[in-house]
Design a binder for this molecule. Structure first.
Ligand code: F6P
Ligand code: MG
Length: 471
């Protein structure tokens, strides 16, 4: 079912896959070891302590196998419906070694394997080894969160008043501008995922989040199909169709989930959509991806923002610093946001719908064959928004496409005639990129002769690609 274009491979020393496997994954596993070690040392139940130690050993073994380029071992059966598929694919791939395997497959395997260590335990089943990291990065995005909360509440008031005397055309123009702004906020929120934190500092992250930086970064959106996406949802709204569902295949928790909810609320309140279905992962994934609990954690932060932001973090404690208090106005803005989002959720306009497919190792080229019910469910949607880099890699099969290949071709069975409208909002953090004008890749490589597409690795550039599969 996969594309015949060869996939990005960990054996390719010019690829970000190779750099990831060599430099980034060991750091990520070490972070997980530290986390479990700390949690274990605080435990009082002896059996749970023992299990915690076994889990850290399991993580250390995984790190050893990776760093010594051992064969990738079959996954132990933790009862998950996806295990057989992973192991079958390992076999089909000839039981590869870590540095001679498709990047996408091996990276998914890595997180699935980590998950088995917890799911096979008695006391650590629901434990999210990345949760603390997710929360602490969310805390560090405070300035942007407060700025956006105020902006969102203003917008909500304006949309509710709706007292404009402007013409229909003027209104539509204004709506398109807002749609673009909301989607761009949502796009750049993706630059802050934790698996890249090994390169980015907290300072870098804060710079990426404010409204000024968003404007300055518009020139870095190297493909921008937002006008076509807006036109499609607007057409549906004008057609008088009563139910207008939009889906968001989520990526990261924390700040990115926050901005996804900003977009969600905007789409509902503007009438561009009547229902939003959010697709989280059902296990901790690629460090910072959203699991259902991240959603409730985020709402809890909003409702008790003062205590969240004013309680000294571990960093504050070790640096002897005290967090700046939240003003009453800021606290009020967060509470308003909470009440707005929770009432949209309570009225069934926002739904969470996990599916095992999102944490399988295959690309979305396989959806029609391996997840036919999900495929047909997504047909009910007017627009399926895929957030982030991993979703983009899966849409395009993480293949080494010529960068001028049209997006509509690179997404294979999800392309024209699929019955699905796809919009990818992705900051580039991998090698694959499609839909570029001729010569653009060369320009962005800027004479770099390493053979690496380094411009596409750091989240500095973005692509917004759309395909109207219902046309
Ligand atoms: O390239 C860095 C990386 O960890 C990739 O391995 C992965 O595709 C991506 O980042 C995860 O990013 P995102 O959270 O945007 O999907
Ligand atoms: Mg992610």
């Amino acid at each position: 079912y996969d594309t015949r274009t060869p996939p990005s491979h960990t054996s390719d020393k010019t690829s970000f896959g190779f750099v990831s496997a060599r430099d980034r994954w060991p750091v990520i596993i070490t972070g997980a070891i530290d986390d479990v070690h700390r949690a274990t040392s605080k435990e009082t139940i002896p059996e749970k302590q023992e299990e915690g130690k076994r889990i850290t050993q399991g993580l250390a073994t995984l790190k050893y196998e990776l760093q010594h380029n051992r064969q990738m071992m079959p996954l132990p059966d933790d009862g998950g419906p996806d295990i057989a598929g992973y192991n079958h694919e390992l076999e089909q791939r000839g039981n590869p070694n870590w540095f001679n395997v498709s990047w996408l497959f091996s990276e998914c395997y890595l997180y699935r394997r980590v998950h088995t260590l917890f799911s096979l335990s008695k006391h650590w089943k629901g434990y999210d080894v990345f949760s603390k990291q997710k929360m602490s990065t969310f805390r560090s995005s405070r300035p942007a969160v407060l700025e956006l909360a105020a902006r969102y509440n203003d917008l909500t008031r304006q949309l509710q008043l709706n007292d404009s005397s402007a013409s229909e055309e003027e209104c539509e123009k204004a709506e398109e501008l807002l749609f673009t702004e909301m989607c761009e906020i949502c796009l750049w929120g993706n630059a802050t995922d934790l698996s890249l934190l090994t390169n980015l500092t907290y300072d870098d992250i804060q710079k990426l989040q404010g409204s000024e930086s968003r404007k300055a970064n518009e020139k870095n959106i190297v493909v921008n199909d937002l006008p076509a996406a807006f036109a499609a949802v607007k057409r549906v709204q004008k057609s008088g169709k009563q139910e207008r569902r939009v889906d968001i295949v989520l990526d990261n928790a924390g700040f990115e989930l926050f901005v996804d909810l900003v977009l969600t609320g905007y789409l509902l309140q503007s009438g561009l959509a009547t229902q939003i279905v959010l697709h989280p992962k059902n296990m901790p994934w690629f460090v910072s991806d959203v699991v259902p609990k991240d959603f409730s954690d985020l709402l809890n932060v909003l409702v008790s923002a003062k205590s969240f932001y004013e309680t000294p973090s571990e960093d504050d404690q070790s640096n002897g610093t005290t967090p700046k208090p939240l003003s009453d106005k800021e606290d009020e803005a967060m509470k308003q946001l909470f009440s707005n989002w929770s009432s949209l959720y309570a009225s069934g306009k926002i739904l969470l719908r996990p599916n095992v497919f999102w944490t399988e190792a295959g690309s979305y080229w396989r959806m029609l064959y391996t997840a036919p019910s999900l495929f047909s469910d997504l047909h009910q949607s007017e627009l399926v928004i895929h957030k982030g880099d991993l979703n983009y890699r899966k849409l395009t099969g993480d293949a080494m496409w010529d960068p001028t290949t049209p997006f509509t071709e690179a997404i294979g069975p999800l392309g024209p005639g699929s019955g699905m409208r796809t919009l990818a909002l992705r900051t580039c953090k991998a090698d694959v990129v499609v839909g570029l004008p001729a010569g653009e890749d060369e320009r962005l490589r800027d004479g770099d002769e390493s053979g690496c597409r380094k411009w596409a690795w750091s989240g500095k550039y973005a692509v917004v690609s759309f395909c109207d599969g219902k046309a």
